[in-house]
Design a protein around this ligand. Structure first.
Ligand code: F6P
Length: 455
């Protein structure tokens, strides 16, 4: 079997138990196949002090490259997270474009390509991940790499009209044509991609998937909704149920009910709307006061980006106001925790919760929704309240689906979830769990790699 070479901005080392969505998914995806994982080391250095660190744990080799402070500012904070991130999450009003950031983005992609090209061996399959690295395939091709190269976009792809807002968008998105296979999360993302190529470049689409450009370039595009390691989450949750952290949480509730949210502190996650809705729920349904708490775990993220710092202050204000208004000496409505927990601890918390609140304004997939379901006990499962604007809503159709822009929708869903009879909870949960078992992370990896082999 040929070697798998994965390239992503963020890399999770084996002991990194706090990895984000993409990194922990890739950890599971690489666990069986082994291979090489290339990406940013997470270190910032001065010009001239850059190193490429090589580490290995037997199955997976890691190649980790430092970035300079300037590269971090332009490529990561600037173009990736202040330009592409808001645009691709349907928030063009937050888009902040600068030609210097775009140049920094391109030069880090070139730098990654130069290092990767030196590490490649004949027969390797290359798999590039996410919006930080859209031009990487084209840079590898420019260096003469003729390996099969696939790309997977973990975040949403908005319609052409939004993509075309980006200055010089053709230099960014046309680079996707250098890949053999481009994977996206949902059929809506796929439609946006093929339509963009049709309208902007006059491409023709065969079988809904094969994109042919007038200049002769061609690539295949398809939707591969990412999964989780369902069995592992379920086992971890079962083990954690009797662990110290879960027991402390459960004891602290004193038989009150619990709704849980776990999100990076990001404006795409709809956290202010969620907090507002929880306050409105308590105001409208007095009978639930002092009977239910919201535990919101929100580790700070990208705090060098101003919009993320503003969000943090805004949430502190709303949580403070809601708690000040409704708290009792022995009960707080919103338990707001700005730190991360390892996946085993989270699995125990999910299992202890009655309701999972996953209400992003826009999300490529949202793996928390899937992990919440996988962590539930079969005999007494909790209820998932899920944004219809998350990719996961297309698969987890038995969740209580809401529009995150309508706080009343969240209020009604909370009420419905807290009152839902056991037989209905079981029915909904079994259908979702069955889907998650069949479409787990191994299924996702295999279907993508099989499609890549077929190109
Ligand atoms: O899923 C989107 C994503 O940007 C991943 O690429 C990343 O692992 C995660 O969000 C966390 O973000 P960051 O790497 O910027 O901390």
């Amino acid at each position: 079997m040929s070697r798998l070479v994965v390239i992503s901005n963020r890399v999770a080392l084996p002991k990194d138990v706090r990895a984000g969505g993409l990194a922990s998914a890739m950890q599971s995806a690489l666990a069986e196949t082994g291979g090489l994982w290339f990406g940013w080391s997470g270190r910032l250095v001065d010009e001239g002090e850059r190193t490429l660190q090589r580490l290995g744990d037997g199955r997976v080799d890691f190649a980790l490259l430092d970035l300079t402070r300037e590269e971090y500012a332009r490529y990561y904070l600037g173009f990736s997270n202040r330009t592409l991130w808001p645009l691709l999450h349907f928030r063009p009003s937050l888009l902040d474009y600068s030609r210097d950031d775009f140049a920094g983005y391109r030069s880090v992609n070139r730098l990654f390509a130069e290092h990767v090209a030196r590490l490649l061996q004949p027969g390797d399959r290359v798999w590039v991940h996410d919006y930080h690295l859209i031009p990487l395939g084209a840079e590898l091709r420019a260096l003469g790499v003729d390996a099969q190269i696939g790309f997977f976009l973990h975040i949403p792809l908005p319609p052409r009209e939004l993509l075309a807002i980006l200055p010089h968008h053709e230099h960014v998105f046309s680079a996707l044509a250098a890949y053999d296979l481009v994977g996206v999360q949902t059929s809506a993302d796929l439609d946006a991609l093929t339509r963009y190529f049709q309208v902007e470049y006059g491409a023709t689409i065969a079988d809904g998937q094969a994109v042919h450009l007038p200049d002769g370039r061609r690539f295949r595009a398809a939707a591969f909704p990412i999964g989780i390691d369902t069995g592992r989450v379920a086992r971890a949750a079962e083990r954690a149920a009797n662990g110290a952290a879960t027991r402390r949480l459960v004891t602290s509730l004193e038989h009150r009910r619990l709704a849980i949210g776990v999100d990076r502190l990001d404006y795409s996650k709809g956290l202010p709307q969620r907090f507002e809705a929880f306050g409105r729920f308590l105001s409208r349904h007095e009978e639930w006061r002092a009977k239910v708490s919201l535990l919101q775990i929100a580790p700070p993220s990208r705090s060098d980006v101003p919009e993320y710092r503003e969000l943090r202050s805004r949430l502190e204000r709303i949580a403070g106001a809601t708690n000040g208004r409704y708290a009792e000496p022995d009960w707080v409505p919103i338990r707001y925790v700005n730190r991360s927990f390892n996946q085993a601890t989270l699995a125990g918390f999910y299992r202890a919760a009655d309701v999972g609140l996953v209400t992003p304004l826009r999300d490529g997939m949202n793996l928390v929704a899937k992990e919440f379901v996988a962590a539930q006990p079969a005999d007494d499962p909790g209820v998932l309240v899920l944004s219809s604007l998350a990719g996961a809503a297309r698969e987890l159709t038995q969740a209580v689906l809401i529009n995150p822009h309508d706080p009343d929708d969240i209020v009604d869903a909370l009420r419905e979830a807290l009152a839902m009879p056991l037989h209905e909870r079981r029915e909904r949960w079994s259908a979702m769990m069955d889907h998650l078992r069949r479409h787990d992370i191994t299924y996702w990896r295999n279907t993508f790699l099989e499609a890549l082999a077929d190109t």
